[in-house]
Design a protein around this ligand. Structure first.
Ligand code: AMP
Length: 464
């Protein structure tokens, strides 16, 4: 097995100016931590320089599909085949993620105490140990408090959840009867948002509920009868609840579309349009004249489709882009070459026995493959859990909690299930199966190197 060093020190994972990589360094793992083996640097550095400054906004681009995988195409056995698989090709997208570490220290314009929000809410923010706003919070909260439509170009990890929750909780407190709909692409993200809402809203006397698929719809219908101020859901389940007449959106004046680009990718566009059409229409919302729909739109990317949606759904929005994380983090990205004839499962199992691999997120492409991989690891006494769309919501949450609590050291996940998850201190992300798109790659590796911790992302590449 060889590990090729591609670049270092990604302060975020969203593109931007790069500084030269430290060529020639062996990764820690390559430094002979496995029975004296030596893993030389990969020779395949062709194409490295030419793409270094390429913009990171090639949203939704699929990698060249020589392996026959693609929408509608089946993955080859063994899991690879999503794109060309040569190191040169992989280097092309890895290089786009190089970001400088010379990130200036962010000095917020505001303190939480400056915002015109209720005192109780301020106390809850302090209780959550948020000392000062992150860049996205600093910039967005004042606009949302004025009732303006906002587009936030930000990824998970930037603090975007509080950027919309804090001002909207204040709105719900101040405008009697105000109700907020939050749409998110995945169940996990919806649950995460609700947890944060529960913290901020402690003692404020209103409810939020989660409306997602994979969970029994009955209790959700019952909860809706209490007219919760916040409904947080995935488009499919929200639509289902509307069709069953359990959810009537005519009373909702505010909507948040979180990770809108992902919802688009996942084919939720028709559901999103239908859902929004049942809310108040968009019309200019001026301070003091909250007549129309108040729409907040979050996306990590700004492709043409996203721009069209913004035009369709929002009114004169303020656009705020905070693409890197607030805290400098770093992600080392390496390729692990699996020699011809060697089973990549063996390579993974060997790797995971290393103590350095303390909290590892392994990405597989299919639900079936992910489940199988987690079971196979467990049989080797490498405690692994899995999250994917075939699991019930309860099982997914249990797996996630076990991983977060350190009860299992490995979580095997599909892209959809892992999207947007905030898991502290992930030591390694392993791309066991290659990602389908550049954007998926960015999201995967962004699960590590968070909150100023060092992270490593390893991508398995089958030798020819
Ligand atoms: P998010 O991008 O909303 O998923 O947030 C990423 C992580 O940052 C979560 O663990 C939040 O609890 C945390 N966070 C958000 N805002 C702040 C803040 N102002 N200070 C400290 N931590 C924060």
């Amino acid at each position: 097995m060889q590990i090729g060093r591609w670049n270092h020190q990604s302060a975020g994972v969203s593109g931007g100016p790069a500084r030269p990589s430290h060529s020639g360094g062996h990764s820690k793992y390559s430094k002979n931590s496995h029975g004296g083996k030596h893993f030389p640097n990969s020779p395949g550095r062709a194409g490295f320089g030419s793409h270094r400054n390429a913009p990171a906004s090639r949203v939704g681009n699929r990698f060249p599909s020589r392996g026959g995988y693609g929408r509608g195409g089946g993955a080859r056995r063994g899991g690879f085949g999503v794109f060309g698989e040569t190191e040169t090709e992989i280097s092309k997208f890895m290089n786009k993620t190089v970001v400088t570490t010379e990130e200036p220290v962010f000095i917020p314009e505001h303190k939480f105490s400056d915002f015109d929000i209720g005192e109780h809410l301020k106390k809850n923010i302090i209780a959550k140990k948020y000392e000062s706003p992150t860049p996205i919070q600093d910039k967005i909260i004042p606009h949302v408090l004025l009732g303006q439509d906002v587009v936030g170009l930000a990824e998970t990890g930037t603090g975007k959840t509080a950027a919309f929750l804090v001002p909207l909780i204040d709105k719900v407190m101040k405008q009697k009867g105000e109700r907020v709909l939050i749409m998110a692409p995945t169940r996990e993200l919806a649950v995460q948002i609700e947890k944060e809402l529960a913290d901020f809203a402690r003692g404020l006397g209103f409810r939020g509920m989660v409306a997602v698929g994979g969970a029994n719809i009955g209790p959700q219908i019952s909860q809706l009868k209490h007219n919760p101020a916040f409904v947080i859901g995935t488009p499919g389940r929200l639509k289902d609840l509307m069709e069953r007449k359990a959810l009537n959106l005519s009373g909702f004046g505010t909507v948040v579309l979180d990770e809108a680009d992902r919802m688009l990718d996942m084919g939720f566009i028709d559901d999103m349009r239908m859902i929004l059409s049942k809310m108040r229409s968009k019309e200019p919302v001026r301070p003091g004249h909250p007549g129309g729909r108040h729409t907040l739109f979050f996306s990590a990317t700004m492709g043409k489709d996203i721009q069209r949606l913004i035009g369709d759904f929002l009114t004169s929005p303020v656009i705020i882009s905070v693409k890197t994380r607030d805290t400098p983090s770093s992600v080392d990205q390496d390729v692990v070459r699996i020699p011809r004839g060697k089973d990549k499962f063996e390579v993974l199992a060997e790797m995971l026995k290393d103590r350095e691999f303390s909290r590892v997120l392994v990405f597989g492409r299919t639900k079936y493959g992910v489940e199988k991989l987690a079971k196979a690891l467990s049989r080797l006494h490498i405690h692994a859990e899995s999250i994917h769309g075939n699991k019930t919501q309860g099982a997914r949450i249990r797996a996630l909690e076990a991983f977060k609590a350190g009860k299992v050291s490995v979580l095997v996940a599909t892209d959809v299930a892992a999207r947007g998850l905030d898991i502290p201190a992930v030591s390694h992300v392993i791309n066991y199966d290659l990602p389908s798109t550049y954007e998926d790659y960015i999201h995967r590796i962004g699960r590590t190197g968070r909150a100023s911790l060092k992270g490593r992302a390893l991508t398995f590449v089958q030798g020819r």
